[in-house]
Design a protein around this ligand. Structure first.
Ligand code: ADP
Length: 341
């Protein structure tokens, strides 16, 4: 726990303690006032008995209304003995309440400290995650920027260059800029928490994504096979688009030349089930628990953000995502969207 959180924990403990002690003190005061009233009533009754004995009269039980009593018996001044006994009981009550309050103070302090820790833990974890995220993002941004900067510096130091040389350099620069654009887009998507729900045709989204990824499919020599039922779900259109694009993009990127991709969407009960299966390189079992983590990647390709975006969007839709993979054989991602979301 860092210093900032230690201070916040102590401050929170203090406030919890203050509230608990205020409640305990109010409760003790009420108890004390009612006990004191009872003690004074008893003392007066005792005194009335003594006075009645001195007057040689018998007091009726229960006592009648004070206005029906003889004047000597209405609030008679307490004699020394009765007063001492009343004061003793009063002091003892005070002492017991003080001890009880000290015990409450000790217990409350411990409970408040523990409670403050429990309250602050999720905030601390979220802040830690955010810090890691910023440091990872800055690191990822720095690499393409450094490459770009070096390329520009080298070009500037070069003598006169030919048009093909310049074209080469600019193409390489553009690739770096594209990488930076992808990364910043991914970061923005990851931080976006707004979900704009509409009725979307998931099969149509899949077809659009396949169309959009055609150049990559051709370049990597893989083919996509579909089995799509016409399904409408309540979802965020750009979110579903991101899910499908990232899963297909990975299935193409991590495939082998001549490899295949099978995409299907079907309704199962109340859910909509999307499957993206490829015959690619597969993922080693030891990596599987981490592939949905931000910036986790197995090789050097990509930024390791695609699947964390997918996972975040699926969670936003109260859905689930599963992965099965065999090295050298292929990978299958199954996404379940609840259609009543
Ligand atoms: P990136 O955007 O860098 O591809 P992802 O978060 O999408 O990162 O994926 C994380 C890692 O999971 C990748 O580095 C890759 O090794 C592995 N991976 C994801 N999808 C597949 C797939 N279909 N086949 C094989 N490996 C995959």
């Amino acid at each position: 726990m860092n210093n900032q959180f230690k201070k916040a924990r102590i401050r929170l403990t203090f406030w919890y303690l203050l509230i608990l002690m205020a409640v305990s003190l109010i409760f003790s005061t009420v108890v004390f006032i009612s006990l004191d009233a009872e003690l004074i009533r008893n003392a007066r009754r005792e005194q009335q008995k003594t006075v009645a004995e001195q007057l040689q009269i018998k007091l009726p039980v229960p006592l009648p209304d004070p206005k029906d009593l003889r004047p000597e018996l209405i609030n008679p001044p307490l004699n020394k003995e009765i007063k001492q006994s009343y004061e003793f009981s009063r002091n003892m009550t005070m002492l017991y309440l003080l001890i009880a309050n000290l015990i409450v103070l000790g217990l409350s302090a411990t409970a408040s400290y523990l409670l403050a820790g429990i309250t602050l833990k999720p905030i601390e974890i979220a802040l830690e995650n955010q810090k890691n995220f910023i440091s990872n993002a800055s690191h990822e941004l720095r690499t393409p920027l450094t490459i770009l900067k070096t390329a520009i510096e080298v070009t500037l130091k070069m003598g006169p260059i030919t048009y093909p040389q310049m074209k080469n350099i600019l193409e390489s620069n553009l690739e770096d800029v594209n990488n930076l654009e992808t990364l910043t887009n991914d970061l923005l998507i990851l931080e976006r928490s707004k979900v704009n729900l509409t009725t979307v045709r998931i099969d149509q989204i899949i077809l659009d994504c396949i169309d959009k990824l055609k150049p990559l499919t051709t370049k990597n020599k893989v083919s996509i096979h579909t089995h799509l039922s016409s399904i409408s779900i309540k979802a965020d259109e750009s979110g579903v688009n991101e899910v499908v694009t990232n899963l297909l993009d990975n299935a193409i990127k991590y495939n082998k030349p001549g490899g295949k991709i099978y995409v299907s969407v079907a309704k199962k009960g109340l859910n909509c089930v999307l499957e993206v299966k490829d015959t690619g390189i597969g993922i080693e079992e030891k990596h599987l628990p981490y592939i949905f983590d931000r910036f986790y990647r197995v090789g050097l390709k990509g930024f390791g953000l695609g699947l964390s975006i997918v996972s975040k969007i699926v969670t936003q839709h109260k859905g689930k995502i599963f992965v099965e993979s065999k090295v050298g054989k292929g990978t299958k991602f199954t996404v379940i969207f609840p259609s009543n979301f």
